[in-house]
Design a protein around this ligand. Sequence first.
Ligand code: GTP
Length: 170
Amino acid sequence: KPYDVDYKVLIIGESRVGKTSIIKRLNDEGFNENTISTVGLDFVNVYFDIDGVKVKLQIWDTAGQERFRTITRNHFRNTKGTVLVYDISEKESFEKLEYWAENISIMNLDSEIVYIVGNKNDLEQKREVSFEQGKKFATRNLMKFFETSAKNAENLNEIFKNLAFDILDT
Ligand code: GTP
């Protein structure tokens, strides 16, 4: 086995915030990976070395809001981490975070670790949600906060490496 531990994580959030672009970008970055389609979902495997422990993250991409409702708990049993994404240039996607956070707890995803990620921060001129607003929401919900851009890959490796570290640490 090319890894020591294997964790399932989930990317969720409103339609068009860039969930698929994020996992595609992680793919492009030269990690060992493969994508397949299963029941309308995709995943990518990303490997990190965390202090000598080889961690495999199986990162699941989900469809936006409408289709998420049809996904049953079963699909995401044993999810160890959840990345909840909004689009910094789309205020509505930020306002829906509460809805998604509720979904995470309703579905009881076994996900102890939730990250809030504001995507598309390359679109500074179109920004509708400040860094501070994102940070505030995350802090209030005891979650870590990051901004990223799937377009220029800013922060992406760091976010998922951080997540691998935090999961390993629980
Ligand atoms: P659903 O599958 O509908 O849930 O959408 P999604 O969240 O997977 O979004 P997707 O990755 O399909 O991206 C939606 C649109 O946003 C596409 O046109 C992407 O090119 C664009 N996009 C995604 N990430 C970024 C980013 O970081 N910056 C910019 N400028 N555009 C982005």
